[in-house]
Design a protein around this ligand. Structure first.
Ligand SMILES: *Cc1c(COP(=O)(O)O)cnc(C)c1O
Length: 350
């Protein structure tokens, strides 16, 4: 018997009566005369009608591609919304805590803090940004959620599966695994762990591999009982019709997305080589994603950043005690421009 993961949810969420929306029982169907939602009847149905609250068509298509049961999938207005929602579902404000492993995605901490939920940080371990499993286990006592990001941003590495499994087995709470970059890797998704460990929830997104950052569509994949908590707690129409259509079209263009991925991965390798050869770059971390993370000589990060910015090239500067930069892999043309600018910066040093 797997324990019921909904027992980790806040009592008021477990007993929440969801909003009964007009589109719950009947999807907007062109063959129906819909006079139930006070919509404006003039229009073609694409935007004058409310969206499907259970996101059925997109859910079925996504579940098929990801090899999961459709009941396990809920979409949000980006995974940002779902991260926030997960904290609202499981963490009691002013009482509960989450554990995060920096350097990592900043939204876990922002959402926790916005919800008055404590954040305990257990840094990833240098030099490879692996999990400090003993540290996480020590810090996890009484915490409600553990956030793991694999592949991790900004560092670009995948977390060791055995390390994650150890934490999943020992942590008494919800383990949220952010897989925003999973499609760029050969790794198996952690969704395959949900059947055995229903306390695992997985975030994915249309913002990176699928190329729809502007459409704002994220997904949470979870045990169907947990997915039901998300469905009942979210705003009923949180993914709009235009974005759902864009997401469906992207899923239908899987071959094109794979080709784009291959280009980005080949470009990443070229870029990594260029960066490694630069005198002011002390280390380029191995990446399984569509970005590269690097350490520069002390003080160089800020100057490279400003130099590139003046050329109209914007990268991410992490500063800190030692300088770290993150660069997204662009098109071949963009990467050529970046390479030229970096070489120019190099020559200002000699
Ligand atoms: C980009 C990114 C996301 C995606 O967030 P959306 O709200 O879906 O755009 C989530 N997690 C990480 C680690 C990311 O880098």
């Amino acid at each position: 018997m797997t324990p019921d993961p909904t027992l980790y949810a806040r009592e008021n969420i477990r007993t929440l009566q969801p909003y009964a929306s007009a589109r719950d029982s009947v999807a907007a169907d062109a063959n129906l005369t819909l006079l139930d939602a006070n919509e404006n009847p003039f229009g073609d149905g694409m935007v004058n009608r409310y969206p499907d609250p259970v996101q059925g068509e997109l859910r079925d298509a996504y579940a098929r591609i990801k090899g999961v049961n459709p009941e396990m999938v809920v979409f949000g207005n980006g995974s940002d919304e779902l991260i926030d929602l997960s904290i609202r579902i499981f963490c009691e404000p002013g009482k509960d805590a989450i554990v995060v492993c920096p350097p990592t995605f900043g939204m876990y901490k922002v959402s926790a803090t916005a919800n008055n939920v404590d954040v305990r940080s257990v840094p990833l371990m240098e030099p490879d940004f692996s999990l400090d499993t003993a540290g996480v286990m020590a810090a996890s006592k009484g915490a409600k959620m553990l956030f793991l990001c694999s592949p991790n941003s900004p560092t670009g590495n995948i977390l060791n599966r055995e390390d994650m499994l150890l934490l999943i087995r020992t942590f008494d709470g919800i383990v949220a695994i952010d897989e925003a970059y999973i499609e760029f890797t050969q790794e198996e998704s952690c969704t395959s762990l949900i059947a055995q460990y229903p306390k695992v929830i997985v975030f994915q997104t249309f913002s990176k591999y699928w190329g729809l950052a502007g459409a704002r569509v994220g997904a949470v994949l979870a045990d169907s009982r947990v997915a039901d908590l998300f469905r009942r707690t979210k705003a009923p129409y949180n993914v709009n019709n235009l974005s759902a259509r864009a997401a469906l079209q992207a899923l239908g263009a899987a071959e094109q997305k794979e080709q784009e991925k291959e280009i980005l991965l080949a470009e990443r390798e070229k870029l990594a080589e260029v960066l490694s050869g630069l005198s002011f770059v002390s280390y380029v971390f191995p990446s399984v994603t569509n970005f590269l993370y690097m350490r520069t000589a002390p003080g160089a990060g800020e100057r490279v950043y400003s130099f590139l910015f003046a050329r109209g090239i914007v990268i991410r500067n992490y500063g800190g005690a030692v300088d770290h930069l993150r660069i997204s892999v662009g098109t071949p043309d963009q990467n050529r421009a970046l390479t030229a600018a970096l070489n120019d910066f190099s020559s200002t040093l000699s």
